[in-house]
Write a new protein. Structure first.
Length: 366
């Protein structure tokens, strides 16, 4: 009999515990409608792929951008041909570090001048009865004729003059290498116009070098003809991938809203410098302040319904409780008589109409 009474007492105790648990507010999860605000769940940093100068841009905070839109453009440093001729010794490729190429080949490439010969000489053999023949002017045109064959001649200009020494660049004609030629001021080759005599030597190649950086784009190939002023190379600062050189336009990787623009047109930026920040359209959250008394009625993972508070005729959105803040609001923290509230963050699929700061109503346990 005693054993039967003990078993009955245990059964009654179990039922009372179960009834108490069923009355726990946390298990009720009652319906709630609370006001919330759309916030950025995360940000995307837009970085400079290499260093350079930012060109003008109309990008500003709050702009809506689509994936692929140009956000920033970085100007490259351009290297132009200082003279006409032929490109030679081109060993540089897109993505190369300039210093590494120059250490090995002494230059990025060379320009073989279209004027093949120089004559370095002086006025010792000039016609002395004319005193003007002893003073040579830089840039003046001169006329050349071979001392071994009158059939070979040419024209040139004085590229250097110092004292009695001067150098002539041969511009055209049929003179040959290491050939002795007289130099005249007139095309009649009269002895009275003779200002010097010298031998033709090879006009040296011009080395194209840069101080530092990486090669963004090579615009010439071996043996290409180039004119003075032609674009040879584009150079940027920083290290860039050799087989995947990025463009100089920095584009949005996804739809978003511009949160901040941290670099302006005309700024010199370095590689990996922050240019702007985006709020991805698909990364918004709803933040809902929930009182401490209501917290037991929701769980992480709960599905909720979201309606825009101030825009009509918009279909409701479905969201999921992603996290619950462990810190109460600042107001409640400062005043012990204010009921504590905790932000509940809700993930949802964004839409084109959603903007940061929009007011929404969230329906829990609907």
């Amino acid at each position: 009999m005693r054993k039967t009474c003990l078993m009955l007492a245990a059964l009654l105790f179990s039922l009372s515990v179960t009834a108490f648990a069923a009355e726990d507010p946390g298990d009720e999860k009652r319906f709630m409608m609370l006001a919330g605000t759309v916030e950025a769940g995360n940000t995307v940093a837009v970085m400079a792929p290499f260093g350079g100068v930012l060109l003008d841009t109309s990008l500003k905070e709050g702009d809506m951008v689509r994936a692929g839109d140009v956000l920033h453009t970085i100007e490259t440093t351009k290297v132009y041909a200082p003279l006409g001729g032929r490109a030679g010794g081109v060993r540089v490729q897109d993505g190369d570090e300039a210093a590494a190429v120059q250490d090995r080949y002494a230059a990025l490439l060379y320009i073989e001048p279209s004027s093949p010969y120089l004559i370095e000489t002086d006025t010792k053999n000039a016609y002395s009865d004319n005193p003007e023949n002893s003073y040579i002017h830089v840039g003046e045109s001169v006329y050349l004729r071979s001392n071994s064959s009158r059939k070979r001649s040419g024209t040139g200009f004085v590229m250097y003059a110092e004292g009695s020494d001067f150098t002539v660049e041969v511009l055209d004609g049929n003179l040959e290498l290491d050939e002795s030629a007289n130099i005249y001021r007139n095309d009649d080759y009269k002895y009275e116009a003779l200002i010097g005599t010298g031998r033709t030597t090879r006009n040296p190649n011009v080395a194209i070098t840069v101080d530092s950086g990486s090669i963004f784009k090579v615009h010439v190939r071996q043996n290409d003809a180039v004119n003075r002023g032609d674009l040879l190379l584009e150079v940027v600062t920083g290290t860039i991938p050799m087989r995947d050189v990025p463009g100089n336009e920095v584009r949005a990787g996804e739809d978003g809203i511009v949160a901040a623009v941290t670099a302006q047109a005309g700024d010199t930026v370095s590689q990996n410098q922050l240019l702007s920040t985006l709020y991805p359209i698909g990364g918004f959250q709803v933040a809902v302040p929930v009182s401490e008394m209501d917290l037991p009625h929701l769980r992480i993972g709960d599905t909720v319904r979201i309606e825009l508070a101030n825009i009509r005729d918009q279909p409701p959105l479905t969201g999921t409780v992603a996290s619950i803040s462990g810190l109460n609001s600042a107001e409640a923290a400062e005043d012990e008589y204010v009921e504590a509230t905790y932000n509940v963050y809700i993930d949802f699929a964004g839409s084109a109409i959603i903007r940061q700061g929009m007011n929404v109503n969230v329906f829990f346990n609907d």
